[in-house]
Design a protein around this ligand. Structure first.
Ligand code: BDR
Ligand code: CA
Length: 309
């Protein structure tokens, strides 16, 4: 199995990314690290521990990283995820402790100890990964690939131009893109295909486990806020699409492109610019996801969920 670190800001969809990785035999989830994003760091760190303990996983370390972006104030998304970041279910006390290491230190230890290069799945503002690569440039060869949910080849959701994770910490994204580590962006252009419709919800409910019941309550809340805020009939479950790109790469079509992020625009900070037509004539520095096998994706999520407690 592919050794994987998940860096996240749970967040409803982050929890499903975590469960997809934890419940898939194709990957070995070695660590979870948290960042301030959807809600402040204290909540995202607690929520990651809750997501693991609900699923019966007690052997994956969880470490907290940056409370906010590299050079900006943190902007959160309570209007989608609720005050505590996991609106909907009643939250149990987490049954797993918080690791005393920082996120970057835990990432470094996992990469150093791994017998092969490690994949990082990032589903929040990419601050922790940028910090890790800056603090440990000697370990970048130990990272096989970074697969990030964020950005978009077209529209935004935090602003008309920018997706939330990119908008919160564009400087971190810029740094990671410049690191030379293989990078895949899984943006809104594909995650908006992963819609939680009635059929998906019924399928999750039918699994009948504790984890699925908790997940069902998360989906109820998440779909309701997406309806209210974006007028979307079904909520797009963004983050597990990035996890799926690692668990079952064939499900996510991607193209090599030159990818840049806007750092200084008047109206466009955090916009991701994927040069799909090769207009700039520059060497590709990333891959971007351009298609998703939607049925295959939901099969993968359902199968992983069914393997958890
Ligand atoms: C991204 O922003 C967050 O609200 C979600 O968890 C996801 O990572 C979607 O734009
Ligand atoms: Ca997220």
């Amino acid at each position: 199995p592919v050794p994987v670190i998940l860096d996240c800001d749970p967040g409803h969809d982050d929890v499903f990314a975590l469960w997809l990785l934890a419940g898939s035999p194709e990957v070995d989830l070695r660590a979870v690290t948290t960042v301030g994003g959807n809600v402040p760091l204290a909540h995202t760190s607690r929520n990651a521990r809750i997501a693991l303990s609900v699923a019966g996983i007690t052997d994956v370390p969880v470490a907290a990283g940056s409370p906010g972006p590299i050079g900006r104030e943190l902007r959160t998304a309570e209007w989608i995820h609720g005050e505590n970041g996991l609106g909907g279910p009643e939250l149990p006390e987490p049954g797993v402790p918080l690791d005393p290491r920082s996120a970057a230190a835990l990432m470094a230890d996992v990469v150093r100890e791994a017998e092969e290069p490690v994949t990082i799945v990032a589903t929040g503002p990419i601050t922790n990964v940028a910090v890790f690569l800056s603090e440990h440039p000697e370990l970048s060869d130990g990272v096989r690939e970074i697969v990030w949910m964020g950005g978009s080849t077209d529209r935004g959701n935090a602003t008309p131009a920018a997706e939330f994770n990119a908008w919160v910490d564009p400087e971190a994204l810029d740094r990671v893109l410049g690191s030379g580590v293989p990078f895949t962006m899984v943006g809104l252009n594909v995650t908006h295909l992963a819609l939680v419709d009635e059929r998906v919800q019924a399928r999750v409910r039918a699994i009948g486990t504790r984890t699925a019941a908790f997940g069902d309550e998360l989906l109820e809340f998440f779909c309701a806020t997406n309806r209210e805020v974006f007028g979307l009939p079904d909520g797009p479950l963004h983050d597990p699409v990035a996890a799926a790109a690692v668990v079952a790469p064939a499900l996510v079509a991607r193209r090599p492109v030159r990818l840049d992020v806007e750092l200084a625009g008047t109206h466009t900070v955090g916009a991701t610019l994927a040069d799909l037509d090769g207009i700039l004539g520059l060497e590709p520095n990333a891959h971007v996801a351009v298609g998703l096998d939607v049925d295959g994706f939901w099969d993968l999520v359902a199968d992983a969920l069914a393997r958890l407690a």
